[in-house]
Design a protein around this ligand. Structure first.
Ligand code: F0G
Length: 448
């Protein structure tokens, strides 16, 4: 097996900072149990001088790696040989300048951009991470994969496992998964185990299953997954003519994306490939708002890696004592124990970030607005626009700031939420079907 020598795994806890080779399959530090990062000896990597040098790969996109929206940036995630890289054409996504929605939000009409990650092969941003995780799995010779999921991770895992011959087992909570997503993992041939519990319960169980059965875990605890998700930021920069926006807005669930974005900007800045780092806004659903409470109310910070673990433990103890269960229409982000919490705190420091929570009604209204002006998205993704409204209202985001909202999942992932919203009367953007008698004049009279 040939392993890229430039990359290694390192514990994020500065008191530990233990390092491991990329040939090891780990989803936590074996020495202290903390999260792991993938690190690079950059001076051994053939980096481009400027990010725009990656443009030359457009001319050679008949090569599968140059075509991939993840692997065409492969020097920035150089942890496995090309022969191990798995790709099914992920990352062909669009950054849409949305003038109509911008104007409706009171922004300068040219300043709002929607990054449509729903255009990925499995319909969500997860494919950016899965292509990286399954490349690592292939490199180390794994034969079986597993994940806990609110639906999109499982759909993506099932698709990638299928494409490279690994077994796939999905753990989902009872009644907690949108049908579009469940149908995908069944269709792609994954074994689906529905646990009598929620996502947080599934997340705990899947870690024990993977430890005991030596199954390859593809949740975002897996540090290789986040390497793939860094490229969402590269594509935004690329589509802005190799310029950095002022703000990135992203929904927060298990906090893998926000963590990956922070790492991307930290590395790009240190490498001199960007001259400034955008600000980051992470938006929770108010029914699953652990990060908001930890960051805004408890004021927890990254603090050079010395995160106040006791405060986090006390917070979770409080949730247990009150029998708290998260609840939101945005089922993708219905998570109360985000596994990447500490890495997200780091991202918030790197990007001078802000955090806030929005209600289900605000999410659904924003979702209908996105649908009206753009390609549509699932509820969790719409938390971005719902959150942006608050940030514009209090002046945190300026009307002339360039804002890129990451729309994480396709509108068809959760058709029930869409149909229910539009069927309800009285919502600002609802658009219910009109009932007509089977009569030409009456039908014509209805058409406006
Ligand atoms: N948006 C969508 C559509 C998601 O599916 C998820 C997470 C998130 C946002 C949150 O992203 O975890 O990086 O903060 N879905 C996971 C799943 C949990 O199992 O599909 P995050």
């Amino acid at each position: 097996m040939s392993v890229q020598s430039s990359a290694y795994q390192r514990c994020i806890n500065p008191q530990c900072a233990a390092t491991f080779g990329c040939d090891e399959v780990l989803f936590e530090c074996p020495a202290c149990g903390d999260l792991l990062d993938i690190c690079y000896n950059w001076d051994t990597v053939p980096l481009p001088e400027r990010l725009m040098d990656f443009s030359t790969r457009w001319a050679t996109r008949n090569d599968r790696l140059d075509f991939s929206g993840v692997w065409r940036f492969r020097e920035l995630l150089d942890f496995c040989p090309d022969t191990a890289k798995v790709s099914i054409g992920e990352g062909q996504t669009v950054l849409q300048q949305n003038c109509g929605l911008a104007a409706e939000l009171g922004m300068h009409p040219t300043r709002l951009f929607l990054q449509y990650e729903g255009l990925n092969p499995s319909g969500s941003f997860k494919d950016n991470g899965m292509t990286a995780a399954f490349s690592h799995a292939t490199m180390v010779g794994a034969t079986a994969s597993a994940c806990a999921s609110t639906g999109n991770t499982s759909a993506s895992m099932a698709l990638y496992a299928h494409s490279c011959g690994l077994k796939a087992t999905v753990f989902i909570g009872q009644g907690k998964i949108a049908f579009g997503k469940l149908s995908q993992s069944m269709d792609y041939g994954a074994q689906t185990i529905q646990i009598d519990g929620d996502f947080d319960d599934c997340m705990r169980q899947v870690q024990d299953v993977c430890r005991q059965m030596k199954i390859y875990l593809v949740n975002s605890l897996n540090p290789f997954r986040l390497e793939g998700q860094k490229t969402i930021m590269l594509r935004i920069i690329e589509q802005l003519g190799w310029d950095v926006p002022d703000w990135i807005v992203v929904p927060g669930g298990n906090l893998g994306n926000s963590s990956a974005f922070g790492k991307a900007f930290m590395e790009l800045k240190a490498l001199g490939l960007i001259d400034r780092v955008p600000r980051l806004a992470v938006i929770n659903a108010s029914g699953a708002n652990t990060l908001t409470e930890i960051y805004n109310d408890k004021k927890l910070r990254w603090n050079g890696g010395n995160v106040d673990e006791a405060a986090i433990a006390a917070y979770y103890k409080g949730l247990d004592a009150s029998g708290y269960r998260p609840h939101t229409i945005a089922s993708a982000i219905e998570i109360s124990r985000p596994v990447n919490l500490k890495k997200c705190l780091r991202a918030l420091e790197v990007c001078d970030g802000v955090v806030l929570a929005v209600t289900d009604e605000e999410i659904l209204d924003a979702k209908a607005q996105i649908g009206k002006y753009g390609l549509g998205c699932e509820p969790a993704s719409a938390a971005t626009i719902a959150g942006l409204k608050y940030l514009l209202a209090d002046g945190t985001v300026g009307k002339d700031d360039r804002v890129a909202c990451v729309l994480t999942g396709h509108v068809l992932k959760d058709p029930n939420a869409t149909v229910e919203y539009h069927s309800r009367m009285g919502r600002e953007y609802s658009n219910p079907p009109l009932q007509a008698a089977n009569d030409l004049d009456k039908i014509i009279a209805l058409i406006k």
